[in-house]
Design a protein. Structure first.
Length: 682
């Protein structure tokens, strides 16, 4: 046996972006071992259950390994193998015909199936820019929180992950860290062992919340109110860093006035908790240093999610937590890598040559696929005639999926899907093209959860006839007659030049990762990335943040709440990552089957018992699953764990049958966790 170990990086939509060592038998192209890189401080040798089984994805018996052409009705998943040349020639011909009428009728649809800079938006972006296709606003996960951070700090900036181990108080806010941020949890546990207090703020009593000293189970969409209530108590008890506020916060007097209207009693009534919980949390936060907040994206998937993130992000400024390297906040650290990413070179927006194609929000794809041509000023523009899907599974993950399905089932829609498996979306494709996995291609990665960049080398040759995303778009470009030299760049060349000269490329290739030059305590003396250099509560053109209620809740929609009295959130099942890994049998066996968690009091009021088949429903649809009567659900809230593939569910649907396409206050993101339902026996 001839063994070789290569550097890899986890490609999935997770803040950990783990450094991986892959050992292969080069003679037999067999994966011998996948392990975390012990030399990489954030990874420290550990991988999550999902990625430690990555070889099961690579060699899955149902993996698509040859191009497929649809032979049955859309959605039936009936295909026949075809040669690559036949598939690519036909795809290029059909796209060229549509582009001759209006290239904006072609839409790319992608997200974070891989977070790689090469297999994500490099050659693909070049292709669609040169074509002049519609542009996609990639909002489905993080744009509300991202815009909030940019308004407040000037960028997606935060603490170093490793410094949480030194914190004396850690608020884990809207994050099931054990499931979705495992390596942060390791540092939080180190802090706990050293005497720190851990407090979880989450509507659901997750496994993470169970292991914290305290769990505050607020109602979905009330995080902004809680932040204002905490500010109220910090002010009235004078738990403030007046010097930091005076020098480093713009708009503090206006924010102070807004916060003073939120007494503990008002806050408690809005959040569904007690006034004493508000007071005690504020006391802990105001009197413990260093105090750190690990904020995550679940809490911004509601109507007021952007404002809520702004308010929470201002809390460390009130108490001067940023003075300490183990104080402050982390939601996203991706902005630290922005200056070193070669984004313009990778994506080549200059290929638009002055054109300004329309922008389509990926979160409203259900409505947008069903729109007719609207050429009026400010109208939608041409009807979408073709969709090219890569790194995403919109039929499963996009909101209000009945409309998404109807759109993808249009007979006049030409759909191409680059995939590893016949997902719900691939079942609706005219062509499915076999894509490589992370172990079979070159890539480069930054992270939104730590301050390192990484390289990914191919460990094995592509299985079957699989080709990388970049190679597929490279070959389509050739068939479309795009002869610019940039379309000849190889995957290895793209990966090698994904970062600027500010990154030591020799060290990156040698070690697999390089740490960015980020200050230990980045905002200890201000220096935020805003125009003023201050954190911004309000400024010219920047309104003061406030609590914005959910679209769907008893206080904003009482008639709707009378019919559908249960708020539903839909966090990911622990062993899935969005819709990835759902078809890995060992992981699906752990999850069992689709379920909804419901509190005992709500179950009793509906005559439900644990393990009973139920339907969860509202005006948008019905979803069948099993009721789990559980203390993980608080009264008045049910947890519809996702995101199962629709075809693996009980009635061919999943939880997104119930979610809606209304958008957040900032960032035009989806409001997945802003949803009223009822639950009844089947």
């Amino acid at each position: 046996m001839s063994l070789r170990t290569v550097h890899a990086a986890c490609p999935h939509d997770c803040p950990d972006t783990c450094a991986i060592r892959v050992t292969v038998d080069t003679a037999g192209q067999r994966i011998v071992r996948i392990q975390g890189d012990s030399d990489h401080p954030p990874t420290h040798g550990a991988l999550c259950t999902k990625v430690s089984r990555y070889a099961e994805r690579v060699d899955h018996p149902e993996r698509v390994l040859t191009p497929l052409k649809r032979v049955g009705p859309k959605g039936a998943g009936q295909f026949q193998p075809v040669p690559w040349d036949e598939a690519l020639d036909d795809i290029a011909r059909r796209l060229a015909a549509i582009a001759a009428r209006d290239p904006q009728a072609i839409l790319p649809y992608s997200y974070a199936g891989t977070m790689g800079l090469v297999q994500g938006e490099s050659m693909a972006a070049r292709f669609f820019h040169r074509l002049g296709a519609s542009r996609l606003d990639r909002t489905i996960c993080a744009s509300a929180g991202g815009q909030a951070l940019e308004m407040t700090y000037g960028g997606k900036l935060g603490m170093h992950l490793e410094h949480f181990a030194e914190s004396r108080l850690v608020l884990i806010w809207g994050s099931h860290s054990i499931a979705s941020n495992l390596h942060f949890w390791t540092f939080a546990q180190a802090a706990k062992r050293a005497g720190a207090k851990l407090i979880a703020i989450d509507p659901r009593r997750t496994e993470t919340a169970e292991k914290c000293h305290q769990h505050i189970a607020l109602l979905p969409g009330t995080d902004g109110a809680l932040a204002l209530g905490l500010m109220h108590e910090l002010i009235v008890n004078d738990w403030l860093d007046h010097d930091y506020l005076a020098r480093h916060v713009q708009g503090w007097p206006e924010l102070r006035e807004e916060a003073l209207a939120w007494s503990p009693e008002r806050t408690a009534a809005e959040c569904g908790i007690t006034a004493d919980e508000v007071r005690a949390l504020a006391r802990d936060y105001g009197t413990t240093a260093p105090a750190a907040i690990r904020l995550n994206y679940g809490m911004q998937r509601v109507h007021g999610g952007g404002n809520a993130v702004r308010l929470v992000a201002l809390l460390p400024c009130l108490v001067g937590a940023w003075r300490h390297r183990a104080g402050g906040l982390l939601l996203s650290a991706s902005g630290w890598a922005k200056p070193v990413k070669n984004s313009a070179w990778l994506e080549r927006p200059d290929l638009l040559a002055g054109r300004q194609p329309r922008v389509v929000n990926m979160s409203t794809i259900g409505d947008d696929l069903l729109r007719e041509t609207d050429a009026s000023p400010g109208g939608f523009g041409p009807k979408i005639e073709a969709v090219v899907v890569y790194n995403s599974n919109p039929v499963a993950v996009a909101p209000e999926s009945a409309k998404v399905v109807a759109g993808f089932r249009r007979d006049d829609l030409f759909t191409v899907v680059l995939e590893h498996f016949l997902t719900d979306t691939a079942d609706h494709a005219d062509y499915v093209l076999p894509a490589t996995t992370q172990l079979e291609h070159w890539d480069a990665h930054a992270s939104y959860g730590h301050t390192w960049v990484l390289i990914n080398e191919p460990a094995i040759a592509p299985r079957g006839q699989a080709r990388s995303n970049a190679e597929i778009f490279r070959q389509l470009a050739a068939r479309m007659g795009f002869d610019e030299p940039c379309f000849a760049d190889t995957d290895e060349h793209l990966a090698a030049n994904a970062f600027t000269d500010a990154v030591d490329r020799d060290a990156l290739r040698r070690d697999g990762f390089v740490k960015l030059a980020v200050p230990e305590a980045p905002f200890a003396d201000g220096g935020f990335a805003t125009p003023s250099g201050q954190a911004v509560a309000t400024a010219p053109g920047v309104p003061l943040p406030t609590h914005v209620r959910n679209h769907e809740c008893a206080l904003s929609a009482p008639e709707l709440a009378a019919r559908y009295p249960l708020a539903m959130i839909s966090p990911p099942a622990r062993h899935f990552l969005n819709s990835t890994f759902v078809n890995v049998k060992s992981l699906r066996d752990i999850e069992g089957e689709p379920l909804v968690e419901i509190h005992a009091s709500d179950a009793a009021a509906r005559g439900l018992v644990d393990g009973q088949p139920v339907r969860v429903f509202n005006d948008r649809g019905s979803y069948e699953c099993v009721a789990r009567v559980s203390p993980r659900a608080r009264p008045g809230v049910v947890n519809g764990l996702g995101v199962w593939w629709r075809k693996l569910g009980r009635n061919g649907t999943n939880v997104n049958q119930l979610t809606h396409q209304r958008l957040t206050d900032l960032g035009a993101a989806p409001s997945f966790y802003d949803c009223l339902v009822e639950v009844a026996p089947l």
